[in-house]
Design a protein around this ligand. Sequence first.
Ligand code: CMC
Length: 436
Amino acid sequence: MTPSDVKATLAFSDGSPSMELPLYKGSIGPDVIDIRKLYAQTGKFTYDPGFLSTASCNSTITYIDGDKGELLYRGYPIEQLAVNCDYLETCYLLLYGELPNQSQKDEFNHRVMRHTMVNEQMQFFLRGFRRDAHPMAVMTGLVGAMSAFYHDSTDINNPEHREIAAIRLIAKMPTLVAMAYKYTIGQPYIYPKNDLSYAGNFMRMMFATPCEEYKPNDVLVRAMDRIFTLHADHEQNASTSTVRLCGSSGTNPFAAIAAGVACLWGPAHGGANEACLNMLGDIQQNGGVAKIGEFIKQVKDKNSGVKLMGFGHRVYKNYDPRAKLMRETCHEVLGELGLQDDPLFKLAMELEKIALEDEYFVARKLYPNVDFYSGIVQRAIGIPVPLFTAIFALARTVGWIAQLNEMIGDPEYKIGRPRQLFVGASSRDVKPIGQR
Ligand code: CMC
């Protein structure tokens, strides 16, 4: 961290001594005020629920400028990565800091694609679930269970264990998601085929059956690969912070990633793509485009509890750059499948247009996020709606691992332990039950 020449002074109106706080400069983005000695020197904590103004770590992986609508992985704009690189190149970049050259790419692909099978016992574990279980419930269990299957890569303090766990997680997530899907629909599991691309192999495991081969369609495979790339990392969001916090106790990587999967499930985070598609389906059922006005009215009514899913973001106060790319992919996929007139896509475009012009959304800088379009793309490809978030988890696994490994490799890292402002009862005596 680079110290700044500027210092902050914290003064108190009650005459308590003021305190000078050092500042650090990032390579880009806001400076941070270092408050690590605040408690020791003043006996006070800072208060920041939801971490609106708190940097929880320093990182070299992903940078977002929410006002500009900019997303960089290791300095590279997402727009360039999405067009020029595939997902596994992006994984390499996130994990090791640089884009691979051809031989590094070949070696990495080989390594990942040789770890795609899961322990055969895993299918018996899967069988314990109800067939109608939500895929994210199943995935939380399966990823956590990996620590029971791969004992030789569970020491988070051993760099070799971390490396092998990273490769295993990236390689096996598609297999597990496809298994979770096949289990729900009662079809046999399809083993991975390692000479296919990462996305192509996943789609084959999803859609092939033992009696019918699946021929990957290039446009659809590219779309799936792009979904993976756009979701690969997103700096210190809720699930990534969960993974870091969970991993900070020294737990094994599979357990930490399972915590990330659980957090991602929520509708304010990774569950938004499923919630968005369900929302579009509901509007369509209730009258479609003609009813958008009524729906927007409900969204603006704070008492209704209705949100425009796929809109708004904690960090982006401008168009989410991933949403632009996903919108492009949406056109490509629907064109390839002859679904240009897909009513949900038309509805989404109309909803976006109206929302972008509406004072409520303009004033709050609410723009479409990636999930506004990713659901339409996935549905067109044939992915069932409840599986959307599991695919997000598959794609985000590399980001979680890169962030976890960055934290563990940082000599300054400590177990995460937020403080609180206690506003409950102060110390009091327990009365005998008859007197309460
Ligand atoms: N629909 C209607 N109003 C909204 C929406 C929305 N989708 N999002 C924010 N607002 C309003 C909110 O009610 C508040 O209004 P007011 O100032 O009058 O109280 C204002 O905009 C600011 O919102 P906020 O809740 O303070 O913003 P936040 O940063 O805490 O929440 C969010 C961000 C993503 C949780 C929220 O925008 C949201 O729930 N969006 C819908 C869910 C969604 O699409 N999530 C996916 C995020 S992208 C995927 C990912 O990276 O995980």
